[in-house]
Design a protein around this ligand. Sequence first.
Ligand SMILES: [Zn+2]
Ligand SMILES: [Zn+2]
Ligand SMILES: [Zn+2]
Ligand SMILES: [Zn+2]
Length: 305
Amino acid sequence: MMLKIMPLEEKIMKNIKKSMSIFLAIVMTFSILTLTVNATTLDIAEKDEECSHNYNSVVTAPTCTKYGYTSFICSSCNDTYYKDIVPATGHNYESTVVAPTCTEQGYTKYTCACGDTYIDEYVDATGHRPLISAYVNTIPATCIKKGSYDIVTYCIDCNTEINRVTERTPATGHNYINGKCENCGVEDVYYYNGTFRIETPSRTEIRHRDGIKLHAKIDGNAPSGSYIMWTADNNNFNTTKLNNGKTLKIVSEKRGTTVFTATLYSNEGKVLDTDTIEMNSKAGFFQKIGSFFRSLFNNTVIYEN
Ligand SMILES: [Zn+2]
Ligand SMILES: [Zn+2]
Ligand SMILES: [Zn+2]
Ligand SMILES: [Zn+2]
């Protein structure tokens, strides 16, 4: 921040220094001329009486900002005068260019051998060049957990991290083979390798008011919590669930064919297997008369299978 403020001040200071140098040089020159005149006047006045003067000369070289001169000092009476005034040399700057970086200004620094320095010709910072992207912090997804990785953008010049975005990868899901996940070993709650069917009944034609029990049978493995549901495509039969749903008692009521479907569901309600059977309800006019008389003698039949 300082660097940004300095240029103008530096320039002003530089100008002030220059002006001051010239001003001082003029003032000093006048002073010395006055001193010289005074000394000369005094010399004339007191020369003969007091000192014959034996002057030693001392040369003072000019500097960047101060004039040079030769001092003449009398070794006997210290009477002094100055001659051979030489102007200040002025600064002789050497320049050093400092290149800008992504975040810092560049500039040229001017340095004189006397130690005086100033800075000029500021150049804006170049800014980052976000060109390199890398994929890091990769956390692989598991069967049930998301994975992630970071996309990191760096500056090609200074390698500063400029941007980082975390991307998620979806969970892979289990890959069940024979009821077990080959990746994590978890058991498949839907695993079912049995056979599910409606046992073939002893008859498919049922007289009016007679009935039969349809049995759904699971052979082999069925996951725990699985259950059976029955449906019919019409209401020709009156139905009653028995034996925890494994058996459906059907009783002929109206004439017609009915398709019964037994479905095996997993504990979570997923269909594991299904089977159908077609049953015929013999409930025509004459069958109904027959069943009426059979019922009088308590002679209707529910077949076990
Ligand atoms: Zn003297
Ligand atoms: Zn200098
Ligand atoms: Zn950079
Ligand atoms: Zn798994």
